[in-house]
Design a protein around this ligand. Structure first.
Ligand SMILES: C[S@@+](CC[C@H](N)C(=O)[O-])C[C@H]1O[C@@H](n2cnc3c(N)ncnc32)[C@H](O)[C@@H]1O
Length: 258
């Protein structure tokens, strides 16, 4: 059980939030352990590591960020059939039908106008009869609300050398029909989805370090203010008002036509 504080749930379980959803996606997919699995926009590998943890031996992960891929390579290092590559989801360097299943957790559907291109690419590299599954926010909390405290913390420094980070608007969650339609438009059949709610555990500035390093303003703030900035960021994170509902996500999946 978690402990509620000012509308937040502080959990003893420190799994990253995307990991909670990544663990639920394959449950619904019934993908065999000998299947070749692709994790698209894998980040540090919430889905890829879940698959490996469940005995999958052929897991490939791609992400556009070399930093993310470097970390993931280290994590996948002990598993010989698994790999991570720097690659753009909009232009996958794999032949058609290379994988049995592909997942993207808080990944391709965040690409805005390019989301459909990326989902089409994902469908292209999955074999006929194979599975494509995407997870996206189904409400304003869940993906990366930490950008709000980050932007506020940077603003508090008031240092032009660090710069500013515009406050993102978290209205980028999609309705059920929209998520399912992307899969249909990308060529999937038997498309279905369900909303799932997971407790949202607050990150700390330090635990986010690897993730935030891809943001230049964060690097500038850390290099000039180190512990002071980490403290300010922690204060802003603790001000996050996430409500009591937890994080809502939608797991949608479809099959590549035979
Ligand atoms: C919100 S993170 C989610 C990461 C991971 N799937 C997870 O659930 O923890 C989104 C990821 O998409 C990656 N990304 C953004 N645009 C991309 C693109 N065009 N191709 C591949 N990866 C991309 C980012 O580098 C980042 O790691």
């Amino acid at each position: 059980m978690g402990v509620g504080v000012a509308g937040l749930t502080l959990l003893p379980d420190r799994r990253p939030n995307s990991r909670r959803f990544a663990e639920r996606a394959p449950d619904r997919a019934a993908v065999g352990a000998d299947s070749a699995v692709l994790d698209v926009a894998a980040g540090t590998g919430a889905l890829a590591l879940t698959a490996v943890g469940r005995g999958h031996q052929k897991v490939t992960a791609i992400d556009r960020s070399p930093d993310m891929v470097q970390r993931l390579r280290q994590r996948l290092g002990p598993f010989p059939g698994c790999s991570a590559e720097v690659m753009d989801a909009r232009e996958l360097r794999y032949p058609d039908h290379r994988f049995d299943a592909a997942f993207s957790v808080f990944g391709v559907l965040l690409l805005g106008a390019d989301a459909l291109t990326a989902v089409r690419e994902t469908v292209r590299v999955v074999r006929p009869g194979g599975l494509v599954s995407v997870v996206h926010r189904a409400g304003p909390v869940g993906g990366a609300p930490v950008f709000v405290p980050l932007a506020r913390a940077i603003q508090r420094l008031g240092d032009p050398e660090v710069g500013s980070l515009p406050l993102p608007v978290f209205s980028d969650f999609l309705e059920r029909e929209e998520v399912e339609q992307v899969l249909v438009d990308a060529g999937c059949v038997d498309v279905q989805s369900e909303e799932v709610t997971e407790p949202f555990s607050l990150p700390t500035a330090r635990s986010l370090n690897a993730f935030l390093r891809i943001i230049p303003q964060y690097n500038a703030a850390i290099s000039r203010y180190k512990d002071e900035f980490t403290q300010i960021l922690d204060q802003e994170i603790s001000r996050l008002d996430l409500g009591e509902r937890g994080a809502q996500g939608r797991i949608a999946s479809g099959r590549v036509p035979e």
